[in-house]
Write a protein that binds this ligand. Structure first.
Ligand code: B4P
Length: 199
């Protein structure tokens, strides 16, 4: 089983690259943003709570995300592996994911961090607002999402770097060029993983 985590500020291309990774390597794609937006659209009790928080650009409480994680892992028991997109976003979530992986006798193998400057992500999200009309893609909320990313999510870079799992990719440029860099990291990791398994 291969488990990959994709990491980066809002608008860095996590969703965009995750779909390609899922397709090429046959991994189940878990996007907590997509799951939450689906709950909001269906006006479930979780969606009603989460929608207001997302519109302010804040993070949905850890306990709700942890419930989502458990239910997604349960639904995808036969998966070849996972690409986690937008999860974890806090140290509490990362520790919960590690504990769950250990319980399943599994691991997170690679953490890919997409590096994109603030002014580029703001421009991308404002453009997406025009194209898709996502309610959290306005100038004020985007500023808050970036602030919260730097305060609560960026410390995870150090967490995974200390585990020796962090790989960084320049996330600016053509989407297929970025995907080439992402793929070469995954391919290298896969060959080391297979070598270890065969020895
Ligand atoms: P997400 O859905 O994860 O939203 P995001 O960070 O904006 O990333 P997204 O995947 O959509 O954008 P992408 O970078 O692919 O989260 C939304 C909200 O949900 C959060 O703010 C939070 O409230 C809540 N939430 C989710 N997970 C949570 C968790 N674990 N804990 C607590 N709360 C949680 O792409 C952005 C745009 O850039 C797209 O339009 C794309 O086409 C474009 N783009 C991509 N690559 C490009 C490139 N190379 N060049 C130019 N444009 C590019």
């Amino acid at each position: 089983m291969l488990n990959i985590l994709i990491f980066g500020p809002p608008g860095s291309g996590k969703g965009t690259q995750s779909l390609r990774i899922s397709d090429k390597y046959g991994l189940s794609h878990i996007s907590t943003g997509d799951i939450l937006r689906n709950e909001v659209d269906r006006q479930t009790s979780l969606g009603k709570k989460a929608g207001k928080i997302m519109d302010r650009g804040e993070l949905v409480p850890d306990e709700l995300l942890i419930d989502i994680l458990h239910s997604m892992m349960e639904k995808n028991r036969v998966a070849k592996g996972f690409i986690f997109d937008g999860f974890p976003r806090t140290i509490v979530q990362a520790k919960e994911l590690d504990a769950l992986m250990e319980k399943l006798n599994n691991d997170i193998h690679i953490v890919i961090s997409l590096e994109v400057p603030d002014e580029e992500v703001v421009a991308r999200l404002l453009k997406r607002a025009e194209l898709e009309g996502r309610t959290d893609d306005n100038r004020e909320t985007v500023g808050n999402r970036l602030k919260i990313y730097n305060q609560q999510t960026a410390p995870l870079l150090d967490y995974y770097s200390r585990q020796g799992k962090l790989r960084t990719v320049k996330g600016v440029g053509r989407i297929d060029e970025i995907f080439k860099d992402v793929s070469s990291i995954i391919d290298k990791e896969l060959s080391t993983y297979r070598l270890k398994r065969n020895n």
